[in-house]
Each structure stands twice: as structure tokens, then as C-alpha cells.
Ligand binder design. Sequence first.
Ligand code: SP5
Ligand code: ZN
Length: 347
Amino acid sequence: MRVVYSETQLMHDPEHEVQFGIPLPTYEVPARAERILEALEADGGFALTDPTEHGTAPIEAVHDPGLVRFLAEAWSEWRTRYEAPEMFPDSFLHPALREGMGPATEPKSPLARMGYWCFETMTAIVPGSYAAARAAVDVALTAADMILAGDRMVYGLCRPPGHHSPRAAFGGYCFFNSAAVAAHYLSTRTGEPVAILDVDYHHGNGTQQIFYQRADVLYVSLHGHPDRAYPYFTGFEDECGAGLGEGATLNLPLRAGCTDEEYLDALDRGLAAIGEFGGSTVVVSLGMDTYGQDPIGDFALTTPAYGAAGRRTAAVGRNLLILQEGGYHLPKLGINVATWLRGADGR
Ligand code: SP5
Ligand code: ZN
């Protein structure tokens, strides 16, 4: 199986995330990508390729160009005014703030701009964030090109992750939504429907939002129930899409302590919906924070379940564009990813 990876992605290297109002060591570290890479290299069954530059047009096909502009400028603008080594927002554009007054315009101050484009406090901007976020999209699009050229299965080792970013915001350790950018890119290039299977522990609120009213992209997600799990405001079972997209969103929220067996049953439900939807490619948002020892998830999955999950996903018979999202238990992150990919590859 071919793997696309860029070292530029390591340039996003924040120290902290603000949780409970306190700056704590962040979970989303460059070593995540390095651990995955090491496991794939040790396996021997994966061939590494660098991404090619795809520019901002495919990003702006799903994201607000204002978001791209902000992320491109944010650090240099910040550095000229503040001393802080990492950029966090402190004031947010809550929807109630201007209720009945029409939309806000983008503010001028860099700090306020961050509160306009970001929805939480766990996603610092540091000097290398934009370059890394752009590289992650290039990884996803280069992997998509390989599918278009005939590969049956490709893994894009994306970092930072992407699935929490909706059209016009970022957060949840995510900047650009690489899976959404790639799914839209595939749908415009093939004219076929595209299904997205999101198996990260967290609901992919961003991906869901981007495609919520579209009939040509199916979004299926297995995740911790939003009654207890981040991102809290989305991922409920009754969110099924709207307008033309009605019926093209499927949420399967799961209980704390979810076992291998329960998980694989839910996966089968999701895969059945994908099988009925059609199209030749499934984009997989692959998060390993479902693992039993993950520090921020609460499922009980074991490593062998990932092999089974990969096998069952491949058994749907579609091309697989597999893109990395979360997963924070570094000691087993690499082996869990390799196990999923080997399962999909029939090894
Ligand atoms: C891509 C991805 O996996 N993003 C996840 C962002 C989650 N950030 C919020 C984590 C809050 C975790 N609180 C956990 C307390 C554990 N004891
Ligand atoms: Zn996650």
C-alpha cells in the first residue's frame, strides 16, 4: 500500500492546549506522526511518497477563503503585537452576541480575529501551523490523486488532523478539513458520489457541516455520544442531513466503555449504509483515539479490533482513501494504525 507523508507537517508544534481554563501539555504532538511512520516502516509493506503542492483552490472549494487568509497571516500578525509564544483566542463570536443584528464582520485585532475564526481553546497557532496545515491537505490530495490514477487503497498520514473544521472555522486540533477537501476533490473529478466513514473517537462536526445539505457526499460517523464527549454540540442520532442532503448523514453515537464487539456491530451498520450509497471510493477519517488506553477517549477497543475494522471496511469493495485524524496513546498508536491498514490490505 502506498503512504503519503510530509515532514513539513511536524512544523505545527504547540506546547499547550487550554482545558478547564488552564494551559496543559497538548496531546496533539508531532511525535504522533513519527510513531505512525516508524510502525509502517517496521512493517515493510508500505511504500512512502512525498506529497505534491496543490495550492489553495481545492481548500477554498470547501472552506471560506477568509479562513485560509487568516491562518496564512495569523502568526506574523500576532508576533508583531504580543509576546505570547502560542496564539490562543480569549473572545469568541457566540451566535447570541449579534442575534437579530445581522452577521458580524471580521474584526481587525489579531486576537479578536482568532475568536472570529476559532471555536474553542485547544488549538494553538504557532509559527509552523499554517505550513503544516497546508502540507496535511497536500498529503490528502496527493493520496486522492493516486486513487484517481488507479490505486485501490492509499493511506495519507495527515497531521494536524482535520475533521473538526467546518467551512468557516477551525478547532479541535484541526485547521483545514483534509478529508472534506479530498472528498469534494474526488466528487468533482469523478462526478460520482463519495462516502466518508469517520471512525475517530470524536464526532467529525466539521465534515458533517460541510456536507450536511449535499446529496452527493454521504457522511457516516461512529463516535463517543455528544452527551459526554467533545465536540458536544453535534453528532446526535437525529442529525440526518437537511435539504438535498436529507438522509446523507448517519451518526452512530456510542456509550463509554464501548467494546470491540459493540464497536464492530456499529461499524457494520455504517458500512451497510455506505454499501447502499454507491460511488467507487470511501474516504476514511481514521482516528485511533477509540483505543482502550487513549488518554482522551473512553472506549475499550483493543488492537485486534482494528484489524477486523480494516478488513470489514475493505470488504465493502470500494477504493479506500484512508486519512489520519486523531489517536493520542503514543506507545500503541503506530501498531494500531498499521493493524487497521494491514487488515484493509488483506494481510
Ligand atoms: C482530531 C481529534 O481527535 N481532536 C480531538 C480534540 C479533542 N479535544 C478535547 C479534549 C477534551 C478531553 N477531555 C478529556 C479528559 C480526559 N480525562
Ligand atoms: Zn478524535
